[in-house]
Design a protein around this ligand. Sequence first.
Ligand code: URA
Length: 285
Amino acid sequence: MTSSANDVDSARDELVAALQWQIDVGADEAIGDRPVDRFAIAAAKKAAAAPPQTLSAPATPTPPPAVMPTVPLASQDAVAANARTMAGSAADLAALRTSLETFDGCALKTTATNLVFGAGQVTAQVMLVGEAPGRDEDREGKPFVGVSGQLLDIMLSYVGLSRDENIYITNILPWRPPGNRQPTDAEIAACLPFLARHIALVAPKILIFLGGTSAKTLLGRREGITRLRGQWYEYNSPELENAGIAPIPAMATLHPAYLLRQPAQKRAAWRDLLSVRQRLDTLTK
Ligand code: URA
């Protein structure tokens, strides 16, 4: 084969591998809530650049914006206040789930197939918080059942943790963002009171934040996960205080979906899990 045929083959292999990776992590839809008509955008740009033909030429229609509509802050506050009331009145996890099912303050509910509430042992000493359901989780209504969840299960098993025995797991958001896009601040703020109550009801002895969205949200920090990971923090919230629960030790670590893309980083995640194991052992002695 000639070198240019080889180049074409390897470029194609790289593209196929990149596509396969997208499928593996659950990116099965175009990102964005609305379809973007790129032909219309190109036509609009061309028309804007061209000199006007006649003064009465019809205007080219403007394509719809491809960005998420922003929610006014006042109405975000009202949504969060309503969420706090609804979540705060849930006496147990079953009531909290029912309350979330009736909550209309987060539009992700309308595009998701299922509510993904939580899984594992409700009496667990260790509670993990991921980011948001992906395609598989949305389909099954359970957190971390796709490829990244499988990696997570394997890693946890090496430190004696499993959702069948001694952990509980949930996410920052209970509904899948379309196309696995990054959750918006408004979506997170709307759902956060439910998560805060969720944590207070499980009352774990240790929290593990999986990935940047989880760590930044629950620690109120702005740094990225590579800076935040590997350290112990104390998670606190008005919901914990109202329930008379002391701040909970929390470890931030890398998200398993990131580890699938950057396997060399598994080493760091192992260190974090070993630190969790050691701390847990001091609790159970
Ligand atoms: N990623 C998450 O953060 N949560 C899931 O439940 C699945 C993938």
